[in-house]
Design a protein around this ligand. Structure first.
Ligand code: RNT
Ligand code: ZN
Length: 418
């Protein structure tokens, strides 16, 4: 139900955007078609359900010990369902291999099968979301050496190749059943703490492992792989096998989806500027929208400049259909449902603002050399009433804009009892 106040503010906004040639109703339709892939791992600080005590490794860290993390499949699904009631739109859920339904058994990474994810597929259908997938190359004794697919130890390397092989089969089965391609992300933590004299050798190993496993082809209507680079991990500061150059080369050569994680570059380097380049050379891009604070800290996404630039670059490149938008952060220091909702809302707001931009007008200024005019309009856009549009978008979809108190009551009635 749209409140009177929301409706009034919206109507004023529609009129104001009309003066710069923007059709707000059309924009709402475009925004509504943006499915954001929600990372299941924010709900439980990247623990997964393999065996209760497993420690998070691989150079990533969830800091904080806010009470109430999801400890079981049911708790995690309940949390995700709650999140989905608090944001407009139809979204996706991004699983990791360690989140399988293993029924209390120890199923090792080289043993997982589609049947371990059938209850997720059924759940997703019931809840009305599509699933994406990730191989899990961390938090396992066989990754403790710092190497997985790039390992010089043939036994370790084949173990992880088998994991990758199975994850692709699982992804394809998910995609087949859900009638939408499951995007399967490959990120490995491989690297070294100190300087290595074998930079080339590990990369050759990684290339060999990927070449071998990816030789098996799947129906693109069922699944597509994407590859995610990184700068460094905690304890792996000096060398990362899967660097940006490695995967950019690999992705361009093999026409693969490249994953850009906002936290995986130098502190002043931004992914927003990479989008228009990559789009010329790879078929699609997967985004891991994250917020690095000095390092790949995986803070909750907020509506900051870089998020706005990312959305603007995609919209200005008219590439919404070639970019998969996923979230990737894990803040264990605050209410985890709230962390999801704030990040999703921020992402939607960034895209909304980008869609409301009078890009043709701005381009006309630019081609005439009217750079002051371009700057002025860009500045004025920042205080246009896009917030009124977002509130209307929520309420007309039956979503409350008072999500804070909703989350507080979910916390006091459910989460606090965990
Ligand atoms: C790690 C990568 C990776 C993970 C998830 C859990 O630096 O960003 O995407 O965050 O797979
Ligand atoms: Zn990531």
């Amino acid at each position: 139900m749209v409140k009177e106040q929301t409706q009034k503010a919206f109507e004023l906004a529609v009129a104001q955007y009309a003066t710069i040639g923007i059709d707000v109703h059309k924009v709402i339709g475009q925004l509504n078609s943006l499915s954001i892939s929600l990372h299941c791992w924010q709900a439980d600080d990247v623990h997964g359900f393999e065996n209760a005590g497993s420690e998070l490794t691989g150079g990533i860290q969830a800091t904080g010990n806010y009470p109430g993390r999801a400890r079981t499949l049911n708790e995690l699904r309940a949390d995700l369902e709650k999140v989905l009631t608090l944001v407009p739109g139809t979204h996706r859920v991004n699983l990791h291999a360690i989140y399988g339904d293993f029924g209390g058994e120890m199923v090792d990474r080289d043993q997982i099968e589609p049947k371990h994810f059938q209850s997720w597929i059924d759940w997703a259908k019931k809840v009305g979301v599509k699933l994406d997938f990730n191989s899990t190359f961390f938090s396992h004794p066989k990754s403790d050496s710092g190497f997985t697919l790039s390992s010089p130890d043939k036994e370790i390397q084949s173990f992880w190749m088998e994991h990758l092989r199975r994850c692709r089969i699982i992804s394809a089965e998910i995609g087949r059943q859900q009638g939408s391609p499951c995007i399967h992300n490959i990120w490995i933590p491989d690297g070294t703490k100190d300087r290595t004299v074998n930079r080339l050798a590990y990369r050759e190993n990684l290339k060999y492992a990927l070449d071998t496993v990816l030789e098996e082809k799947f129906n693109p209507n069922y699944m597509s792989d994407c590859i995610e680079s990184k700068l460094f991990g905690i304890g792996l500061e000096s060398y990362t096998v899967g660097s940006h150059e490695f995967y950019m080369g690999y992705g361009v050569k093999n026409k693969m989806i490249i994953t850009l994680d906002a936290g995986h570059f130098h502190p002043t380097e931004v992914i927003s500027d990479k989008i228009s380049s990559l789009l010329l050379f790879v078929p699609e891009i997967m985004l891991h929208v994250s917020r690095p604070v000095r390092w790949d800290s995986d803070h909750v996404v907020i509506l900051d400049d870089e998020l706005q630039h990312i959305a603007q670059e995609i919209i200005r490149a008219n590439a919404l259909d070639r970019v998969h938008v996923g979230l990737d952060y894990f803040d264990a220091s605050i209410n985890r449902i709230g962390a999801y909702v704030v990040g999703i809302r921020a992402t939607q707001k960034a895209f909304l603002q980008a869609l409301l931009e009078p890009v043709e007008l701005l381009r006309a200024f630019e081609s005439e050399g009217k750079n002051f005019e371009r700057m002025a309009v860009l500045e004025e856009m920042k205080s246009m009433p896009w917030g009124a549009v977002y509130n209307y978008y929520c309420e007309q979809a039956g979503i409350t804009i008072d999500y804070v108190s909703e989350i507080e009551s979910y916390e006091s009635s459910l989460i606090s009892k965990r």
